[in-house]
Design a protein around this ligand. Structure first.
Ligand code: FE2
Length: 287
């Protein structure tokens, strides 16, 4: 028997519309609360392997902790980072690399940051570069603070890591906002066929560095966009962090790969959505 659907009354229609609107408002406020209070402090430990053609055998399975963009002072206080320090200590990496933006603007938390960073130790050392937010007259204070905590800040320079009879190189280039980037100076005298890692705050400079004998660039700066709309991508990305926004990329016609971490903190807006703070653990593998 065919059935006929009964038209709903005006009263029923109003009731259903109200329920629907309240439902939407509920979802929106729950998402807002999640993005403001939960996701920003829910660190994801992202373990990845990166294959490098020039990696000497002694450095196979060499483990690097890479983190970036704390933005202390902007909705992020040092005491909120004790979990991060614990996580890094538990991983026990061979090397620790920090790619800038320790502060947001003010130096208010610099001494607490020194205490936190001083707890981080790795057998092959702790290295850093500064980010664009470490500028604004704070360059010296951040460099001093990181050095005091046992981090070697690489201002257009490099160091050599030796294991058995093999070497790899770790270079760091200044951020254009903070100092004068000089990549040629940072890489001076590194043999062409050596395995070279580069710390550079802003990832999109990889397009320029692809011409150079660098194997892997580690960067931050983009925060992954902080808010990623499902199926669309980041809502906003900063200049020089819009192309290589997050994850691993191969630079075309080059041996250079760039890895961009989503970072730990926030700036501009105190929210993260679908873009959790990231602590990256990289294991180097031969190609
Ligand atoms: Fe940043």
């Amino acid at each position: 028997m065919p059935t006929t659907s009964k038209p709903i009354s005006r009263r029923q229609f109003l009731k259903r519309s109200t329920q629907f609107t309240l439902g939407l408002l509920g979802v929106a406020s729950l998402s807002g609360a999640y993005a403001r209070w939960i996701e920003p402090y829910w660190i994801e430990v992202n373990r990845i392997s990166i294959k490098l053609a020039n990696l000497p055998s002694s450095f196979h399975n060499f483990q690097i902790v890479h983190f970036s963009d704390l933005h202390l002072g902007f909705n992020s206080k040092p005491e909120q980072l004790s979990e991060l320090v614990e996580q890094i200590q538990q991983i026990k990496p061979d090397l620790i690399c920090f790619t800038g933006d320790l502060l947001d603007h003010s130096t208010a938390y610099i001494s607490e940051a020194v205490d936190l960073f001083a707890q981080l130790k790795a057998p092959y050392g702790q290295y850093a570069v500064l980010g664009n937010h470490d500028a604004f007259g704070n360059r010296r204070a951040v460099t001093q603070g990181l050095s005091q905590a046992g981090f070697h800040v690489l201002h257009n320079e490099h160091i050599v890591l030796k294991k058995s009879s093999h070497k790899i190189y770790v270079a760091g280039v200044d951020d254009p906002w903070v100092g004068k980037p000089d990549i040629d100076r940072a890489l001076l005298h590194i043999p062409e066929d050596a395995c070279t890692l580069l710390l550079a705050h802003e990832p999109d400079y990889a397009d320029q560095y692809g011409r150079l004998p660098v194997d892997l660039q580690l960067s931050g700066h983009s925060h992954g966009g902080q808010v990623q709309i499902p199926f669309i991508g980041p809502l906003y990305t900063p200049p020089h962090g819009s192309k290589y926004t997050n994850g691993l990329y191969q630079i075309p016609n080059s041996r250079l790969q760039v890895y961009t971490t989503r970072g730990i903190g926030m700036t501009r807006l105190p929210i993260r959505f679908n873009c959790r703070p990231e602590l990256t653990v990289i294991t180097l593998k031969p190609q």
